[in-house]
Design a protein around this ligand. Structure first.
Ligand SMILES: *Cc1c(COP(=O)(O)O)cnc(C)c1O
Length: 392
């Protein structure tokens, strides 16, 4: 691998130089007066990125998986029923985590490539008049398949059934890259990690907690210690916080908010569209089964029969020093993934598209060199907001 090349995996993402420097600070005593402003800046930045008008942001030294565990263990009790769809590696692993915590998961199995089944959820919630379901889990962006799910739709399904279940959302690979509205969508627990849309090294689990989830916390009896929200809320830092990462998180939020969240989302959409045009140019198709499901942070590309996606990724790393995401779980070997979230620009994306094209040609995928690049170039040229051309 070359340390010169950007990565095209859907996390960890490329780290902007300014954020690397923000994480690299001298040792600070977190009990000193210097820490609270740094901590507050990170938390208030996250609140704005999550679009939270109320509730709390809780930050753990952990990865996104820790955020899943924190969300579940702080608000539920052993044996509680939760509703979740299994349609990719990450939704599957979150279900596994719930089961290991002895929750009773009602699993809706969907083909990989589809999103959360909003209509099926609506039926199940409407039928659950005894309100046995305590939480509904949604993986906003299924990173294994490049599929985005309709969180607002799940909220509407809950509201239509007048169902009081908590809405828990895994936004690890969507938050900071794609539209997310915690308060407006009535999300009770939103989970993110530092190493995807926030463009930082791995090491922080970021959890948005609604007032309703805070109320549920009081009665929840699943065991928790390291991830106990109550200690976090009472003490702020019950143990040593990841001070450098928290400083980076404050800077990352400022960076996103300075660009403007709508502009950040539009940039991700535009870059993703270029990647998707390239996929069409190659004569291939995304794993996501319908355009409405296309993720703006990662595209999983279905390879022709007989081509091993894992071998393709290894070859891209060995021959060109560039990282793409291998297929996971059910689609292992059948797809490869181009991550296009975080600090990417169209220029960086073009280098990834060109490298993918070379690697595929080497491995015997029948792609015409230049076909994907040209399709992406045409898209990027046509959609460039060019101050010179705009003024002319
Ligand atoms: C990356 C990812 C996770 C897991 O996060 P870790 O930081 O690796 O623990 C969970 N969910 C989704 C959707 C992800 O993309």
């Amino acid at each position: 691998m070359s340390s010169q090349n950007p990565v095209f995996i859907p996390g960890p993402t490329n780290i902007p130089e300014v954020l690397r420097r923000a994480c690299d600070i001298p040792t600070m005593d977190h009990r000193s007066a210097a820490f609270p402003p740094l901590f507050e800046r990170a938390k208030s930045g996250v609140k704005r990125v999550l679009k939270m008008d109320e509730g709390e942001v809780i930050l753990f030294p952990a990865s996104g998986t820790g955020g899943w565990e924190a969300a579940v263990t702080n608000t539920l009790s052993p044996g509680d029923k939760v509703l979740a769809a299994r349609h990719g590696m990450f939704s599957m692993k979150w279900i596994d985590l719930c089961q290991r915590h002895r929750l009773d998961v009602e699993i809706v199995t969907c083909p990989w490539g589809e999103g959360a089944p909003v209509e099926r959820f609506a039926e199940i919630l409407a039928a659950d008049t005894a309100h046995e379901i305590k939480a509904v889990l949604v993986t906003h962006n299924e990173t294994a398949t490049g599929v985005v799910s309709d969180v607002a739709g799940v909220r509407r399904a809950l509201d239509a059934a007048q169902h009081p279940a908590l809405l828990m959302v895994d936004g690890v690979s969507s938050i900071g890259s794609m539209d997310f509205r915690m308060t407006e969508w009535g999300v009770d627990l939103a989970v993110a990690g530092s190493q995807k849309g926030f463009m930082l090294p791995v090491g922080l689990a970021i959890v948005g907690v609604s007032p309703k989830a805070l109320a549920a916390m009081e009665g929840a009896t699943l065991s928790r210690c390291f991830f106990d929200f109550r200690d976090m809320l009472k003490l702020g830092t019950p143990y040593t916080p990841a001070v450098g990462l928290l400083n980076g998180l404050g800077a990352a939020c400022d960076m996103l908010l300075e660009e403007g969240l709508d502009n950040v989302f539009a940039r991700h959409h535009r870059i993703a569209e270029g990647v998707r045009k390239a996929v069409v140019g190659w004569g291939l198709r995304p794993c996501a089964v319908a355009p409405a499901l296309y993720s703006n942070s990662v595209t999983a590309i279905v390879l022709p029969e007989g081509i091993d996606g894992n071998a393709l990724c290894r070859h891209a790393a060995d021959a060109y020093g560039v990282a793409f995401g291998a297929g996971l779980g059910e689609v292992a070997g059948k797809v490869f993934r181009i991550g296009h979230l975080g600090m990417l620009t169209d220029v960086l994306a073009l280098s990834g598209i060109a490298a993918a094209e070379m690697a595929m040609a080497d491995m015997g995928v029948p792609v015409t060199l230049g076909s994907g690049v040209a399709a992406a170039q045409a898209h990027y040229r046509a959609t460039k907001t060019d101050p010179v051309r705009a003024a002319a």
